[in-house]
Design a protein. Sequence first.
Length: 353
Amino acid sequence: MTPQQMEHHEENREIVGKLVAKWRRFRFLSEADQRRLLIALQNMRMACDSTYLLDQRTDHGAKADEVATLLDEIFERPDTKAVIFSQWLRMHEVLVRRLDRRKWSHVLFHGGVESARRKDLVDRFREDPRCRAFLSTDAGGVGLNLQHATVVVNVDLPWNPAVLEQRIGRVHRLGQTQPVQVVSFVAKGTIEEGMLSVLGFKRSLFAGVLDGGEREVFLGGSRLKRFLESVEHVTAGLPPPIVEDAADDAAAEPVVAEEGVDGDSEVTAASASAHPAADPLSHLLRAGLDLLAQFATAAGTDQALAGAAAPRLFERIRDESSGQSYLKIRMPEPEVVDRVAQALRAFLESRRP
C-alpha cells in the first residue's frame, strides 16, 4: 500500500486495538463502542483499496492499476470477459476511470440501478462483444447469471465466506462450458491478509453484520464474544496498538491495572468491584450510613448501626452475559431495621418546632 493508505489503515487499526483491549478487560462493549469498532474495521478495509473511498478527493492506491494491468493480459485473449466485484461503489468509480482511459467498454451494476435497466445491462454484457467487463457490487450482484464470462476478479474480500462463494457462483454455474479463473487482490500486511487466513468464519456470525445485510449491529453475550475473538484473530499479525492515554477514557471507565506485555492478564469490572474503597458507589453508601449513624447518636441509639458497614450491606454484581451491573442489598436483622427506624423517627421528632 501507499504511505497515504497505510496512514488511514493504521489510524483505524489503533481504534480497533483499543476497543478489543477494552473488551478483553471488561468482556463488554457498549452499542456505541460496537459501532465504532465496525466503522474502524470497514475503514481499514476501504483504505486497502484506495484513499478515495475515505475522503472522495485523493486516489492513492495500487489496486486499481493492478486490476487494469491484469485486464490488459486477460483481454489479449479474444472474447474473454471478466466480472469484477467490489463491496464499495466508490471503488468501482475508481476502476471505471482506469477502464475509460483504455477505451474498454463495460457496464456498472449496483444496488441503485433501476429494475427496468438491470436486464438491459446483463444483456449488453452477454451480447455485445466489445463489452468486456462487468463491474458489480455484492448488493447488486445477487441472482445474476453471468456464465458467459470466464474470469472473476475480487478487488476486495468480503467478511462472509458465503458472499465470496456467491460472487464466484455468478460465473461458475450451470451452463458454464469453460474453466473459470478467480483472482483476488489482497494488500499484504493489512487486515485483508488476516481475513484471508480466516475465511472460515462462521457464516451465521458475519452474515449481515459486516457486509451490510442488517441495520442492527449490536451484539451481546456469546455472539459478541465470538465476533471479538475473530477480530483479534484477523488483526493478530498487525503491530500492537498504541496504548491509549488514561485521560482519554477516564470519564467512561474505571481505572484498571495495566495489562502485561503478553496480553494474557485481564482486569474485569468484577475484579475492580472487589476493592470497595476505590468504588465511588461505596463511598456514597458509606456516607449515607455515616449520616444514619449520626441520627442514631442524636436519638441515643448509637448501637443501632453497629457493624453495619457498606461492604456487608451492599454488593455490586455484574451479569456476564449482558455486561450490566446491579446493586445487591443484603437486608440486616429485623431488630437492626427497627433500631434504624427508631433513630430516624427520634431525629424527626427532635426537629419539630
